[in-house]
Design a binder for this molecule. Structure first.
Ligand SMILES: [Zn+2]
Length: 366
């Protein structure tokens, strides 16, 4: 056979390999324990918009290791909370006798069991009881540019309200962001109560009310005491069914007299076309519904205000940051730290979200 057709074929073959392989490995990430130099992992695979990383490599970067059981088809590793095991395709992580749901099941890709980026940034720190340093060199939402403007674009992307579905529940899904977490404790009361604990407690109660009474899906930016990045916090709002984002905080003041709930919305809102929304905007309407229902339940509202806080982002998704009260005021502190007080706050926020959704739906009707 003449060698020339083969020679002509080889560059074509190489070209094909380049095209086939290039999209498979898409990014690299840095992972490590806080305070120790991180390890760069470069075999990060993108599938359906999710970054998958080898569980062996992730644990290795944290000084841990797991074992694959080829008979039971499970991967197990030890954590301070007990032995955890995961299986390819399974939407559950097993921890002792408990089954913890996973948003994204692990997958076998290219010969390795791989877990999602969210598993590494959300589940793993909760299991290990300590924050993990994590950096994706090529975050899926935004191209890297200078830090401020890329974060800004990320927010703009995340916080654009999707079209509400007609017919379904009034509130399809709510994103809840309990402030702070992990080493970031937030404000502290004179007797040592921490904002990070209060924000999570109230968020959990509100989550339960929304799920139980309205069947609303709830996306939480954290479900335990660990550090969450600004991107991870707002990522929950990227779910297409999210109708509102509520950020929960508590604050402190110099004077013990200062008290009440403060509701904060971003200064202006943009439509999807980038034009400023005329009138109040969904965030301000949501804030007013929340303020009304808090007051109806006898909880003082210090004010509803607009402030250019970076974590409120841009866009037109109804977004309200709720400062639940002052840790420096005895009455507020009692409400913020007792089960009955936290439940009263959650009930009021729930009622405000529900009346907001009902009102929006009425007005959306022709
Ligand atoms: Zn805070």
């Amino acid at each position: 056979m003449d060698g020339s057709p083969v020679k002509r074929f080889i560059p074509l073959l190489l070209l094909c390999l380049v095209f086939v392989q290039a999209p498979a490995v898409s990014a690299s990430v840095d992972i490590g324990r806080i305070g120790q130099p991180p390890t760069t992992l470069s075999d990060v695979y993108l599938r359906d918009g999710t970054a998958y990383i080898s569980i062996d490599e992730v644990l290795g970067a944290l000084g841990l290791r797991g074992t694959w059981d080829p008979v039971r088809h499970r991967y197990s590793f030890r954590t301070p909370a007990g032995t955890a095991s995961i299986a390819p395709g399974s939407p559950y992580l097993r921890l002792g006798e408990r089954f913890i749901p996973l948003d994204v099941p692990p997958r076998f890709i290219d010969g390795d069991l791989r877990v999602s980026e969210d598993f590494v940034t959300v589940r793993l720190p909760a299991l290990l009881g300590s924050p993990i340093y994590f950096r994706n060199h090529q975050p899926r939402e935004a191209p890297p540019a200078d830090a401020d403007s890329s974060l800004d674009r990320l927010f703009a992307f995340l916080l654009h309200k999707s079209k509400p579905a007609t017919g379904g529940p009034a509130l399809r899904a709510v994103a809840l962001d309990p402030g702070h977490g992990g080493e970031d404790v937030g404000a502290i009361s004179p007797r040592g109560d921490m904002e990070k604990t209060i924000s999570l407690d109230v968020a959990r109660r509100l989550e339960r009310l929304l799920k139980m009474r309205l069947g609303t899906s709830v996306y939480m930016s954290r479900s335990g005491d660990y550090t969450v990045s600004a991107q991870q916090r707002l990522r929950i709002a990227a779910n297409p069914d999210v109708d509102a984002l509520v950020l929960l905080h508590a604050q402190g003041a110099f004077s013990p007299e200062t008290r009440g709930v403060t509701l904060i919305v971003r200064p202006q809102e943009e439509s999807e076309a980038g034009a400023l929304v005329r009138g109040e905007g969904g965030s301000m309407r949501l804030a007013r519904h929340l303020a009304d229902s808090l007051q109806e339940k006898g909880i003082a509202v210090a004010g509803v205000m607009r402030a250019p806080l970076p974590h409120l982002g841009r866009g037109d998704l109804p977004t309200v940051l709720v400062e639940l009260g002052y840790l420096t005021n005895p009455d507020d502190l009692a409400r913020l730290t007792t089960p009955s007080g936290q439940e009263a706050l959650a009930e009021a926020l729930f009622a405000g979200l529900r009346s907001f959704a009902e009102q929006e739906r009425k007005e959306a009707r022709p």
